[in-house]
Design a protein around this ligand. Structure first.
Ligand SMILES: [Ca+2]
Length: 223
């Protein structure tokens, strides 16, 4: 699938038949909604110049957008993406996912934080391990069917994490998705979204020219 090669992908999530994506960096951060089949932009909203957009996730019709170093989560109402307020938190913001009732956040460390969508307070902490060793640099997230899928920053790996004990059940390798020429122009893999219409995941990366519909079962990513 087509992907805007200028999009510095920090968050990716489906909502009501559209695919939403956040793009980072100071002064040019934005969130946009696209038709997942035609890639046509349906809606787009710039973020304040002072924030670096990171992960996005939905609770009901509210889109939550965390920021990298600013300690603020911005809220927007769908489908119009009208600004709906902000809440504060401590520390860095990297990835965000939704269980439907709770938000799950990463901050670049080895722990996932469940947060209350009403006040963004932490309700649960889950250290992530692979063979009993901490897994750091957890980045973009997606929650599906009892697992949290996490991009591991600087790699093309996606960890499927058990929400009960934090153990990585499977590591998927997306390094073969882009051609070598495409990969040379692109930044790291980042962005995972469960598409209920396709019954599959859509994955992409920062400045990637394409996104991919993938099935993450077994030990590899299949385009
Ligand atoms: Ca996601």
């Amino acid at each position: 699938m087509e992907h805007d090669p200028s999009c510095f992908t920090q968050g990716l999530a489906f909502h009501d038949g559209l695919i939403y994506e956040s793009s980072g960096r100071y002064g040019i951060s934005y969130i946009e909604a696209r038709d997942p089949v035609t890639s046509e932009v349906v809606n787009s909203v710039p973020l304040p110049d002072t924030v670096f957009a990171e992960g996005i996730a939905f609770i009901g019709d509210t889109l939550y957008a965390i920021t990298w170093l600013e300690g603020v989560v911005l809220m927007y109402r769908t489908p119009g993406l009208e600004y709906a307020g902000a809440m504060e938190y401590s520390g860095q913001g990297w990835g965000l996912a939704s269980t439907g009732s709770s938000l799950i956040m990463s901050n670049g460390g080895d722990t996932l934080f469940w947060r209350d969508p009403q006040d963004f307070s932490i309700t649960k902490r889950l250290p992530v391990t692979l063979d009993c060793h901490p897994v750091r640099l957890l980045n973009e997230l997606e929650h599906h069917d009892g697992l949290i899928y996490a991009n591991l920053w600087t790699t093309s790996l996606v960890a499927a994490i058990d929400t009960l004990d934090g153990a990585v059940r499977v590591l998927y390798d997306g390094s073969g998705l882009l051609t070598p020429a495409e990969a040379g122009e692109a930044d790291v893999m980042n962005g995972i979204a469960w598409d209920p219409a396709r019954g599959a995941f859509v994955v992409t990366g920062k400045l990637w020219p394409r996104s991919f519909v993938v099935v993450m079962e077994g030990a590899s990513l299949d385009e």
